[in-house]
Design a protein around this ligand. Structure first.
Ligand SMILES: [Fe+2]
Ligand SMILES: [Fe+2]
Length: 211
């Protein structure tokens, strides 16, 4: 806590680091000042948590020729070397981050994490890449290879098809020289530095202006 906050709220308040309410409806402005301050710091740690979570994919092969971390790095590396911008590359890096907790809907998990920081198109690509990846293997599992056709009239159909064709389905080569997670770390930090849109974006900004 800096000096101006000490002056504004007093030494006694300084010692108080948790809200006092037992139900939200008892909450006060002071409670929410404390929580708001914590939220700001916590939100700033998002890139670290994302990078930690990507590391959970290391060594997780699931029968594939490369582990899920290598697949993620390879997808991002291929996009980067193909001249894609930073936001796209970060989307490529994170597109399967939901594999650990979203075993039945992993594209939606990744898309939700990315949503505040990327364009509508990049969000759509991430959210729907599962059906488009299916074009390369669903028929081997008795599923509909053309499941992606349900999206044929969507303006982002071609962008998602291209993501899968050029980067995602191509990123299972054990001999490919991918960049490291450290290489992408600054990109993750820049893209996730500030939300483009979020229900909670305004409050932390207002807090920052007064401190
Ligand atoms: Fe995926
Ligand atoms: Fe993938």
């Amino acid at each position: 806590m800096d000096v101006s906050e000490q002056t504004a709220h007093g030494i006694a308040e300084h010692a108080r680091s948790r809200a006092a309410f037992r139900e939200m409806k008892e909450g006060t402005a002071d409670d929410w000042r404390i929580i708001g301050g914590e939220y700001r710091a916590f939100a700033r740690g998002l890139p670290d948590r994302v990078l930690d979570h990507l590391r959970l994919l290391d060594g997780d092969f699931g029968g594939f020729p490369v582990c899920r971390l290598e697949h993620s790095l390879q997808t991002a590396t291929r996009a980067h070397r193909d001249g894609r911008d930073e936001q796209y590359v970060v989307m490529a890096l994170l597109h399967d981050i939901g594999d650990t907790l979203g075993s039945y809907n992993h594209p939606e998990v990744a898309a939700s994490i990315l949503k505040p920081f990327v364009s509508e198109e990049n969000h759509w690509i991430c959210q729907n890449h599962g059906a488009f990846q299916g074009y390369y293997y669903f028929h081997f599992l008795g599923m509909d290879q053309n499941a992606r056709e349900q999206f044929r009239d969507n303006p982002y159909f071609e962008a998602c098809r291209e993501f899968c064709e050029k980067y995602d389905q191509a990123a299972f080569d054990p001999d490919y020289e991918s960049e490291s997670l450290e290489f992408f770390e600054p990109m993750v930090r820049r893209v996730m530095a500030k939300p483009l849109a979020s229900l909670y974006a305004k409050a932390p900004e207002a807090e920052e202006e007064t401190s």
